[in-house]
Design a protein around this ligand. Sequence first.
Ligand SMILES: NC(=O)c1ccc[n+]([C@@H]2O[C@H](COP(=O)([O-])OP(=O)(O)OC[C@H]3O[C@@H](n4cnc5c(N)ncnc54)[C@H](OP(=O)(O)O)[C@@H]3O)[C@@H](O)[C@H]2O)c1
Length: 323
Amino acid sequence: MGTKEPLSRILIFGANGHIGGPAAAAIRRDAPAVSLRLVTHQAASAETLRGKFPEAEVVVSNYLDLPGLIEAFDGVDGAFVVTPDFLDEETAMTNIVAAARHHNELRHLVRLVADPIGMTIERVPATLKTSFGGGTAVQHLRAKHILDRSGLPVTYINNAAYFMDNFLTWFADPIQRSRKLVVPRNRRMGFLDPTDTGECAAAILLSESAGHIGQIYHLDNGHDVMRFDEVAELASKTLGEKIEFDGTDEGFEQHCGDAVRAYYGRPDAVEYYLAYFQFDQDNETVWRKSDIVQFLIGRAAKTLERWFAENREAVLGLVPAGR
Ligand SMILES: NC(=O)c1ccc[n+]([C@@H]2O[C@H](COP(=O)([O-])OP(=O)(O)OC[C@H]3O[C@@H](n4cnc5c(N)ncnc54)[C@H](OP(=O)(O)O)[C@@H]3O)[C@@H](O)[C@H]2O)c1
């Protein structure tokens, strides 16, 4: 396996967020000589980002704006790309490829994807391909297709698990108001701390092994693959309060319907997510427990039990979530 000359200037998208932030912090901790250029696409967040990383360069750049991306890629030899749900990945990744090619200095790009292991675009149900212009069920597959064809030196990290901090966002309201975990289509799922995901991105970029380039790593925490009714039991035990499980579609409508429709600004948002959860259930057999995160970052990934214990008050709504 060949070696990769160490990177000297790394561009990190989403650096104000729960994955890009830990990636930037890990690079600062493990390779302080590496220059960081940190991106937010929200001008209003730039000051906060500067406050978190005073020694880094902070830029405002948007995946959908090519001239700004060309400026962002100027002089960088490494990059981490994480995208939000429902982004137009075809435009975004076409722009990323053009911006990187414009300078021709990029030697390693790590891209977060999020698909059931082995999923292909052909196997995604038609409704999920078209609703909302395509969402998380297809966007990463579309992005990967563009990056694969570009010839750029890419490593994919496939978050083969739900983010643990969904319990502070997506799942939070019914837990905090009614002590209920409301997740329709009960199914097996893996769970991973997004800090561990960010640390994996950093470790791959800082690695001097060229063997990472061209790989796709399916990230899991090596410990937690369980159904959501089992998650409710674990939460009850660890949080010290009974958390009931409600896996019905009616419960989802009752507890989350208005919030989901308001968040996405779409009257059909609940139907989209029920179809997405069904897709998750249809593919529940693929999640697994491996040593990949430990291999990449040199320490065991966080378990869901420990995460619940550390975030007990925020999960129960006793203090505001810190995300
Ligand atoms: N929820 C889960 O359990 C789960 C599990 C596995 C994988 N995933 C996937 O993980 C990915 C990340 O999810 P997330 O919840 O972390 O997403 P997110 O916070 O909504 O977005 C990720 C980052 O993208 C940046 N961003 C947003 N729009 C941008 C734009 N137009 N141009 C440049 N940067 C932009 C944001 O930073 P700024 O706003 O500061 O720019 C943000 O920090 C998603 O694709 C999701 O499908 C989610």
